[in-house]
Design a protein around this ligand. Structure first.
Ligand SMILES: Cc1cc2nc3c(=O)[nH]c(=O)nc-3n(C[C@H](O)[C@H](O)[C@H](O)COP(=O)(O)O)c2cc1C
Ligand SMILES: O=C(O)C(=O)c1ccccc1
Length: 368
């Protein structure tokens, strides 16, 4: 089967992956309300097509912190790509580079920052950090990212601890032997390999490593240690968006972490407009969560996002087809976006403004 939709990439991946790894990828926290809400939320808007517009040359190319992208999209930071494929993040880096997408590398990448950079020289890539208790380890990562030409740092702020993910608890999920966080000391992550009673290995190790005491006041410490643009991931209110700008942050990623952290947190499209309105126009606002069609991406842009990130579907492509599979996923998203722009009579990114959307009436059930 040649997959024609992201969902079909998911089916192929599900057939290939051990069930506990599929569950780790797919799962959310708690009752998984936020995970499901992410998928439903994009269906609560309809596109307002314009007609008799010249759509012979649609253009979705853009620029983000100085890097050219073939479309306003990227790969969301996700831990341990080697769970999906032995080539791990090196394959994803090649795929993203060939598709013209941004790659955000997780602090829990299973290949080193330098290997990933070497796999796709010149490509647009950022590094995502969690705030570790060990600040020397954090500083060392910042230095290495700068030296390996990462173009921005993303601090994920929705995870003072890892959410309660019932699938991982039931599966007593732990990292398989041979897989590690390649950019952290082995001793920092060894607990990810065992699972204490009542916890997953991931939860166990994040309890030990994440510093849950940090506040806005601590941001200055990180800000002073790098000239790279600093982006906060996991902001869901206008209040926090304003605080971020006051504290010298350069951009935001509106995200509920794929429903993997606070269950009950809103899906991004519900809060994106208030956040876009709260920050100056020169601060890019990105978005992720539940984007599964080019039309979803068009809706995200129309709500004011500068770019949107795709998470799980990239792991699906990687799992069934390595770099080629991940590339196919990203190419599909870009082609579907261009298709949407043509059929909606909105051939440039500037045409995808708030006039391009209308709410689906609350009284009507959003079709599945
Ligand atoms: C398997 C997996 C691992 C993830 N690891 C990280 C991570 O290390 N850091 C982070 O900030 N977000 C992480 N996330 C969250 C993603 O960056 C993103 O917010 C989320 O997957 C939403 O997109 P999706 O619905 O397209 O998957 C992870 C998500 C998944 C599915
Ligand atoms: O961030 C996540 O969603 C995630 O799965 C993770 C992976 C490793 C360590 C901490 C969290």
């Amino acid at each position: 089967m040649v997959p024609l939709t992201l969902a079909e990439h998911g089916e192929l991946a599900k057939g290939r992956l051990p069930a506990v790894i599929w569950d780790f990828f797919e799962g959310g926290a708690g009752a998984e309300w936020s995970r499901r809400a992410n998928l439903a939320a994009w269906r609560r808007h309809v596109l307002r097509p314009r007609v008799l517009v010249d759509v012979s040359a649609p253009d979705c190319g853009t620029e983000l912190f100085g890097d050219r992208l073939a479309a306003p999209f990227g790969v969301a930071p996700m831990a341990y790509h080697q769970l999906a494929h032995p080539d791990g993040e090196c394959a994803t880096a090649r795929a993203a580079s060939e598709a013209g997408a941004l790659l955000i590398v997780s602090i829990f990448a299973s290949r080193t920052l330098e290997q990933i950079a070497a796999a796709a020289p010149g490509a647009a890539r950022w590094l995502q950090l969690y705030w570790l208790r060990d600040r020397e380890a954090l500083t060392a990562l910042v230095r290495r990212a700068e030296q390996a030409d990462y173009r921005a740092l993303v601090l994920t702020v929705d995870a003072p601890k890892v959410g309660r993910r019932l699938r991982d608890l039931r599966n007593a999920f732990a990292l398989p032997a041979g897989l590690a966080a390649a950019n952290l000391d082995a001793e920092l992550t060894s607990s990810a390999r065992q699972s204490a009673t009542g916890r997953s290995g991931i939860e166990e190790h994040s309890r030990q490593q994440f510093d849950p005491s940090i506040t806005w006041a601590d941001l200055a410490w990180l800000r002073q240690r790098t000239r790279l643009p600093l982006v906060l991931k996991g902001v869901l209110t206008a209040e926090d968006a304003r605080l971020a700008v006051e504290h010298g942050v350069d951009g935001l990623i509106v995200s509920n972490h794929g429903g993997r952290q606070l269950d009950g947190a809103p899906p991004a499209p519900a809060v994106l407009p208030e956040i876009v309105d709260a920050v100056p126009a020169d601060h890019p606002v990105l978005v992720d969560g539940g984007l599964r069609h080019g039309t979803d991406l068009a809706k995200a842009l129309a709500l004011g996002a500068r770019a949107a990130l795709v998470g799980r579907p990239v792991l699906w492509g990687l799992a069934h087809g390595g770099a080629d599979g991940a590339r196919a996923v990203l190419d599909l998203v870009r082609e579907e976006l261009l298709d949407t722009m043509v059929l909606a009579g909105r051939p440039t990114l500037a045409d995808l403004d708030r006039d391009a959307l209308a709410p689906w009436p609350a009284t009507a059930a959003a079709p599945r």
